[in-house]
Design a binder for this molecule. Structure first.
Ligand code: NDP
Ligand code: MG
Length: 357
């Protein structure tokens, strides 16, 4: 019997890739519902095509009622941004496992999110390609020393005049086609910063046991370093279909022909260290993971405010890191261990970041 699936963020980049996998028969699921953000017409077109109910996330009550009425075995949360956290918690509370693309849920929710999942007896399976790779590599291995997360390095690895970068240039990613916010975060390596924090919580690893290496080809999705000195890597073409399908199937369906087989003809794989001065947002993420408490929430909130201000032409490209760095200079050491407490820190960090623009 096929698994049932509910998709949040159905109209976005990840949502579209998931629905394509359903169309192509790579993901054998029955869809129970689709949730969108603002684009009502695209959402209702998808609802008609797949013959399932859909709703815009217009309020917490609407979302909660929809999730309860259209409960599936597993929910794919592909909402962009901080709004994803509430949705993740509501999915768990409605009795669904979570295939989690929304990394903000993990960065903001941290230990609280995982303790909620445990309390409710629900599983959280990562969709982010790096974390999907590690999640599958780590199974059956108890002697893991550290995690090695690969980063494409984005479009500006060697660009000289970073101050003059425009929003369209920053959003043009060299290897992945993604939503606007994550694409801009990939150019500053804030996305890698969020992923280092995400990995810290997901795999219970301290910051000093998480490495980042620049790997331009986006073929090695991440690696685990074993205590015996060996390294295991996961390789596949840069296509989110595989991590999405693997998370939704969650070991309950055989995965065959999901992405084209990797060809080694003419394939060159390179790895290089990243430049701490060029990418301060990644450096800050390491400090944030070291401190935990409210710091990851403040990092995410300040980055969202700063990236939006950059897109709106209010600040320059290099100001994104300045705003995030100055926001983190405040004291975020109070632990937020409820949804309300997390959103309070998020709000305070947004107000501070906005005042620093
Ligand atoms: P997009 O911007 O392409 O899509 C975002 C989706 O979220 C849209 O369907 C949007 O709907 C919906 N949405 C926005 N706000 C809300 C809200 N308040 N409530 C409900 N739905 C909302 O983003 P991506 O698909 O690129 O990214 C989604 C998440 O997955 C992000 O957290 C990102 O970091 C993560 N991710 C993405 C990857 C990728 O390859 N794209 C790779 C790894 C992780 P609408 O358009 O109607 O507003
Ligand atoms: Mg990723």
């Amino acid at each position: 019997m096929s698994r049932s699936l509910l998709i949040l963020g159905a109209t976005g980049s990840i949502g579209t890739t998931a629905l394509n996998a359903v169309r192509e028969g790579k993901l054998n699921v029955s869809l129970t519902g689709l949730v969108g953000g603002h684009d009502a017409s695209s959402l209702s077109r998808l609802g008609q095509e797949f013959g399932c109910p859909c709703t815009l996330n217009s309020s917490s009550e609407v979302l909660k009622a929809f999730l309860e009425a259209n409960r599936a075995d597993i929910a794919l949360n592909a909402i962009a941004g901080a709004a994803g956290l509430e949705a993740s918690l509501l999915c768990l509370q409605a009795g669904m496992d979570l295939a989690l693309a929304n990394k903000e849920s993990i960065v903001m929710g941290g230990d609280f999110l995982f303790s909620e999942a445990e309390r409710l007896g629900r599983r959280i399976i990562p969709v982010d390609s790096e974390h999907s790779a590690i999640y599958h590599l780590i199974q059956g291995h108890s002697e893991v020393d550290s995690l090695v997360i690969t980063a494409s390095g984005g479009p500006f690895l060697h660009r000289e005049d970073l101050a003059s970068v425009t929003a369209d240039e920053a959003a043009a990613h060299p290897t992945w086609k993604m939503g606007r916010k994550i694409s801009i975060d990939s150019s500053t390596l804030a996305n890698k910063g969020l992923e280092v924090i995400e990995a810290g919580f997901l795999f219970n690893m301290p910051a000093e046991r998480i490495e980042v290496t620049i790997h331009r080809q986006s073929v090695v999705h991440s690696m685990i370093r074993m205590r015996d000195g060996s390294v295991y890597a996961q390789l596949s073409p840069p296509d989110m279909t595989l991590p999405i399908v693997a998370a939704v199937a969650d070991g309950r369906q055989a995965l065959v022909d999901v992405v084209r087989p990797l060809s080694f003809k003419g394939l060159t794989l390179t790895f290089e260290d990243w430049d701490r001065e060029r990418f301060p947002l990644l450096q800050l993420a390491y400090e944030v993971l070291g401190k935990k408490a409210g710091y990851p929430i403040a990092y995410n909130a300040a980055d969202e405010v700063a990236v939006q201000a950059f897109v709106d032409g209010q600040i320059g490209y290099l100001d994104i890191a300045r705003v995030v760095g100055s926001t983190l200079d405040a004291d975020w050491s109070a632990v937020a261990d409820s949804y309300e407490a997390i959103m309070e820190v998020d709000g305070a960090a947004r107000r501070l970041a906005s005042s620093l623009l």
